[in-house]
Write a protein that binds this ligand. Structure first.
Ligand SMILES: *Cc1c(COP(=O)(O)O)cnc(C)c1O
Length: 405
């Protein structure tokens, strides 16, 4: 099992498959899941659902399934991909938000687990299915957490979930339509380092439990933080596990009931398994900085521009080169600065730069802006590098266009 892909292998893969390229390490995905399993080994009530919107490539989903992890979907198409990858319905969760009711009908037809996030859809669900199909409800606990506002989803201005102050309305709908509410769900946001946030949510759940006699699971969402910068700390998973096990005891003592505890980690599972490989097209020395213009842009990795996210960048073509400062910029007609004043081993045109932590929300958020192709994807599994998505070609840009005249 190797947690990192060596620079030598990265260089070979860049040569073989070309750049820009997304590359994933199956061993690292396995390792991340094993870390979770190990931390929670003394609880037989915990289930993990990989939040696949982080990275939905079918080969990744199949690997996730092989290692025994479940899957959480954020759209009905993700649920269809999960079915296609071979997951059984009971191992698929669909946490919906703001969707048309027909997606929920389709999810019921697939037989998968569902979390509903509005009173409106809960009422439609009750009218149509009554007690016949167990369902979870997504709560908005009015807790601010997460790496930045764009990825905070549980606060009092968030669109996500049913606001906790509408608890009586939930209970009223449940009674009116005899809805089988089997779970309480919350996802407070992404990049939550502080275990306390999860425990705040758990105390919100604790107070809600008596209202729901048929509960089977409490779903704490995802959002575990992983290190991006040197010296960054991720969420302390063992601490989380200890606190959650204490919470399970508290439920048992308080109510003489017990529930499954569900988590939906996305980034934690795949972020560190992924790399974006890119080649330097041009060097442009100026009065203020030297620009290194690379063969990718925010059309392929939007996180630095969208979230001001930091990604470690390494020059793997000149590992011993003198450290110099660069502005690493994309080739898109738009200011797409990946890094400013970044110290890197001296860059020459043609060198390959690697972005770390590119597994989560990398390819997945890529677009064809500027009519550029989306990159190929490669997976290293059992020591072999395999192509898992072809690089796009010109025909892909023409597909679905209707040449009306
Ligand atoms: C995005 C999302 C997750 C995963 O978040 P990460 O920060 O990638 O762990 C989990 N649950 C829901 C409902 C989500 O929307």
């Amino acid at each position: 099992m190797s947690l990192q892909i060596s620079n030598e292998q990265l260089r070979t893969i860049a040569r073989e498959f070309g750049t820009p390229l997304y590359l994933y390490n199956a061993d690292r995905i396995t390792h991340q899941y094993t870390q979770l399993q190990t931390a929670f080994q003394h609880s037989d009530k915990v289930r993990f659902f990989y939040a696949c919107k982080a990275l939905t490539n079918l080969s990744i989903l199949k690997h996730i399934k092989q290692i025994g992890c479940n899957v959480d979907c954020s759209s009905i198409n993700e649920a269809r991909l999960a079915v296609h990858a071979g997951f059984t319905p009971e191992n698929i969760l669909y946490t919906s938000n703001g969707i048309a009711f027909d997606e929920i009908e389709e999810a019921v037809a697939l037989g998968i687990n569902i979390n509903i996030d509005s009173l409106s859809n809960l009422e439609k669900f009750g009218k149509k299915y009554g007690h016949s199909y167990p369902v979870g409800i997504r709560i908005r606990p009015n807790i601010m957490a997460g790496g930045n506002l764009k990825i905070s989803t549980g606060h009092e201005n968030s669109k996500f979930g049913i606001p906790i102050e509408q608890l009586q309305d939930i209970v009223q709908l449940m009674q009116q339509y005899n809805i089988h509410i089997a779970g309480l769900h919350n996802h407070t946001g992404s990049e939550i380092k502080d275990v306390d946030v999860f425990m705040k949510v758990s105390s919100v759940f604790l107070d809600m439990i008596p209202h729901f006699p048929e509960l089977q699971f409490l779903d704490m969402g995802g959002g575990f933080k992983v290190p991006y910068k040197d010296g960054d700390e991720g969420t302390d998973i063992q601490l989380l596990a200890n606190e959650i096990m204490a919470f399970e005891k508290k439920i048992a003592v308080t109510y003489q009931r017990n529930f499954q505890i569900w988590f939906e980690p996305g980034k934690y599972i795949v972020s560190e398994a992924g790399y974006l490989l890119s080649k330097v097209n041009v060097l442009k020395p100026t009065a203020t900085t030297t620009f290194a213009g690379i063969d990718t842009g925010f059309n392929h990795l939007i996180r630095p521009m969208f979230y001001e996210a930091y990604h470690r960048i390494r020059n793997i073509s000149n590992e011993k080169g003198e450290l110099k400062k660069y502005a690493v910029v994309g080739n898109i007609c738009e200011t797409d600065t990946f890094a400013w004043d970044r110290e890197l081993n001296e860059i020459r045109e043609g060198d390959v730069l690697v972005f770390d932590n590119a597994g989560a929300y990398g390819f997945e958020m890529a677009s064809n802006f500027n009519s550029r192709f989306r990159p190929a994807e490669v997976l290293v599994k059992d020591g072999k590098a395999i192509l898992i998505r072809k690089r796009e070609v010109f025909e892909d840009l023409l597909r679905n266009q209707v040449e009306a005249f």
